[in-house]
Design a protein around this ligand. Structure first.
Ligand code: AMP
Length: 217
């Protein structure tokens, strides 16, 4: 199964992807996580990506597409994957279609996570993430058992540098300009499955599971 998960920053894509990867035994490919680990290791890719990420802008397609193409060649992708945070532009979506077509493959469904902007701003300001495994927490709604320590892997749980109000506002603008048009792009292909994450992630996951069944995936 090959899935894409789409949604505004802070909509809960990562949390839903973590649940779905276990359930369907998929590789979880988060472009944001790949950039963050490159930033931490101070690789040339990380240094370049950081200048865009800090401003809430997209890393250019020329960098991002090549990075994902390489990742999709890794062994763990052969059994299926969930793309979290990619594609984010129409050019990325077209490049992905070409990469897959060259291998005789296709995307089975595109999961669209729906959340109101006001809820996003509230959740993102109190979001914390594990630096090691990427698990997402929230100091108001889903705290770790021990402050600053991941319940799942014991890694350090921190606030993302781009989860401040100014950068979140810029990320939302970027999302509506560049990424939201992908909903129409994939709707035209009949691939969209909606998950409503305004209430909680359990409701969102069950929406997605029902939608996948209805699509025959
Ligand atoms: P995320 O963890 O998915 O919220 O991504 C964090 C940041 O990484 C985004 O705000 C972008 O600056 C950058 N990024 C992640 N995925 C992409 C992508 N597909 N294209 C361009 N930039 C990306």
């Amino acid at each position: 199964m090959r899935l894409i998960i789409l949604g505004a920053p802070g909509s809960g894509k990562g949390t839903a992807a973590m649940v779905l990867k276990e359930k369907y035994n998929l590789a979880h490919i988060s472009t944001g996580d790949i950039f963050r680990s490159n930033i931490k290791a101070q690789t040339p890719l990380g240094i370049e990506a950081k200048s865009y990420i800090d401003k809430g802008q997209l890393v250019p397609d020329s960098i991002t597409i090549g990075m994902v193409a390489g990742r999709l060649e890794e062994d763990d992708c052969s059994a299926g994957y969930i793309l979290d945070g990619f594609p984010r532009t129409i050019a990325q979506a077209e490049a992905l279609d070409e990469m897959l077509a060259a291998k005789g493959e296709k995307i089975d469904a595109v999961l669209s996570i729906v959340v109101d902007d006001e809820i996003i701003k509230d959740r993102v300001s109190s979001r914390r993430v594990c630096e090691k495994c990427g698990a997402s927490y929230n100091v108001k709604y889903k705290p770790t058992k021990v402050e600053g320590v991941c319940d799942a892997c014991g890694g350090s749980v921190v606030q993302r540098a781009d989860d401040n109000p100014e950068t979140v506002a810029a990320r939302l603008v970027t999302y509506y300009e560049n990424t939201q048009p992908l909903i129409d792009f994939y709707n035209a292909k009949g691939l969209i499955v909606e998950g409503n994450n305004n209430v909680d992630s359990d409701t969102c996951i069950s929406d997605i599971e029902n939608g996948l069944k209805a699509l025959g995936v």
